[in-house]
Design a protein around this ligand. Sequence first.
Ligand code: GLY
Length: 296
Amino acid sequence: HPVRPMTASTTHGSTQRFTAARVRQDFLDFFAQRGHAIVPSSPVFPKDDPTLLFTNAGMNQFKDVFLGTGTRPYKRAADTQKCIRVSGKHNDLEEVGVDTYHHTFFEMLGNWSFGDYFKEDAITWAWTLLTEVWGLPKDRLWVTVFGGDENDGLPADVDAERIWLQKAGVYPKRVLRFGRKANFWEMGETGPCGPCTEIHFDRGGPGTNPMDGADPKHGVNTDDPRFKERFIELWNNVFMEFNRLDDGRLAKLPAQSVDTGMGFERILSVLQGKRSNYDTDLFTPIFARIEELSGR
Ligand code: GLY
């Protein structure tokens, strides 16, 4: 399935249909329709958690539920979480201003299952939202799955791989295995963690032509400058099964859960057909006002 060149029909480019407010609401509505409680973002300063300086993911406010030390009156939740990633395990500071899609402060769309649904629903719902509700072309999407880790004694996530191929119907060559660094998500040095599967979008552009030697297969999770702006990770689905202990060992969590995080500014740039997050309607009104005030 060769990648089609970017044309008006393959870029979305519709800022009218895909306004920030509408996309955010689409996400929450989609998961509300599937039995999720819609909850508020937690503060960016985590409460009662000395392992974190700032909230780095939507799951932080549910850490106790994953660990089995706390409960909520629901088994499914979704929200849009204000995140800061400038320190600790998930530190994006060096990327900010270098590329067009990392931020110090950003919004993360997330859905969670607390011992309820697991891999199959998480994966097929993510695919349905992206390809059916929002209509992203399948030949621009790539997925990654956990390839296993010897040190942790963990096998490859063949279940996720099978679900992508058989239930979601992803093109087989577009399911790639990666190791612990890319596909085993951990909240911090300790805490809830598990294998994850990510969805990446190919924005096309330089390197799209296979004749130029740039094989898209090598574009996902790479530092190769030919691909940096072309492939972006949109959404991570974590299958929470373990707790990383102080001594580095993994303990089984009391239940199998789901923790997802989608970069709101990123999905918006893709849906609006913009090459940069800063060109979406989340940022342009702010820049316009600064221009107005500064006269520059
Ligand atoms: N908690 C999932 C993520 O931040 O990717």
